[in-house]
Design a protein around this ligand. Structure first.
Ligand SMILES: [Fe+2]
Ligand SMILES: [Fe+2]
Length: 317
């Protein structure tokens, strides 16, 4: 195991089906990477052929978003569904970060690129375990409920395009996490679920870094190819991401992560007006509840227009 390259370690995570085992391997490989870096003897990046889809446990059952049962977030079952959906997102995020490491080794990148995605994969592994701990403390577990089948689609769509991957995964999907997490924290705070609040606050703080890594390496590659970052971002999101981005945006956290408003507002759902109040728990609450009531999964709606029955719902301000 000690002489494995980073890409081979990524493959070891991607081909492991069990969530707890996958995250244990992920954390061990991250520790080995950073120990070697600290010792001044970085491990080779190597190469590997990652599977088109990562290995997954038998449970949860993966359903199309429209078939995932709806639950109200104001109930215990609804809060469990929320934690379950986040656990599912985090498990996909673990694989997404190892996948970007293994899939694009033919693109020469500075070693800091690998530092960042190994660190992000390590944090996602912690996030998955935090969500599992919360579920288990409440008498449930990851796999107890169905989850979204479509969460890997962004990875498949951008399997040949590193800049497309950076634009869509960290800079759109993970940035969306910054928008919805404050509303989620509020739901658990109101319910007095202090462990879930603490876990989600860790996730919220660390996700800013993942979006920032995306923005950093996207800008780096734009510089290498003499491309205008904003124009290129718009082009790639329109190419690989089907549907408008959903306001309200957490402009402050997005700015912390190096995502300026002129990157995402031109791609936003036109039924929203720019200049809406800044994203906070209150403004995020309504779309967040709507979003989870419909899908019980955090990112999937970004890929699908709002269902017709929401067409008349007034836009929250
Ligand atoms: Fe995460
Ligand atoms: Fe993340």
């Amino acid at each position: 195991m000690n002489d494995l390259s980073l890409a081979e370690r990524a493959l070891d995570v991607l081909t492991c089906a069990d969530g707890r085992e996958k995250t244990a391997r992920s954390r061990a490989h991250a520790a080995a990477w950073f120990a070697a870096r600290k010792a001044g003897t970085p491990m080779p990046i190597g190469s590997a052929r990652p599977p088109l889809q990562p290995a997954r446990p038998e449970r949860p059952e993966l359903l199309s978003p429209r078939d995932v049962p709806r639950r109200r977030p104001g109930t215990r079952a609804g809060r469990q569904a929320l934690l379950h959906a986040v656990a599912h997102i985090e498990l996909n995020a673990v694989d997404l970060h190892w996948d970007i490491i293994a899939r694009f080794t033919d693109v020469p990148m500075p070693i800091g690129f690998y530092d960042d995605w190994v660190a992000a994969a390590d944090e996602e592994s912690k996030h998955f375990n935090l969500m599992c701990d919360c579920l288990e403390a409440d008498g449930s577990h990851y796999g107890a409920l169905p989850a979204h089948a479509g969460m890997w689609r962004a990875a498949e769509d951008t399997a040949e395009d590193l800049m497309g991957r950076l634009a869509v995964v960290p800079m759109v999907l993970e940035a969306r996490g910054l928008d919805v997490t404050p509303g989620m924290i509020e739901i658990f705070r109101k319910a007095g679920a202090t462990d879930a609040v603490a876990a989600l606050e860790v996730i919220y703080a660390e996700e800013v870094g993942h979006v920032a890594y995306g923005s950093k390496w996207f800008h780096f590659l734009c510089g290498r190819h003499e491309l205008d970052p904003k124009e290129e971002f718009h082009r790639l999101v329109q190419r690989y991401f089907h549907g408008a981005l959903k306001p309200p945006f957490n402009e402050e956290k997005r700015a912390d992560a190096g995502l300026p408003p002129d990157f995402y507002w031109p791609l936003a759902d036109e039924t929203w007006e720019r200049g809406a109040p800044p994203a906070d728990a209150q403004t995020l609450g309504t779309p967040f509840r709507r979003f989870f009531a419909e899908t019980a999964g955090a990112y999937a709606i970004l890929r699908h227009p709002l269902p017709k029955r929401f067409a008349g719902v007034p836009t929250p301000r």
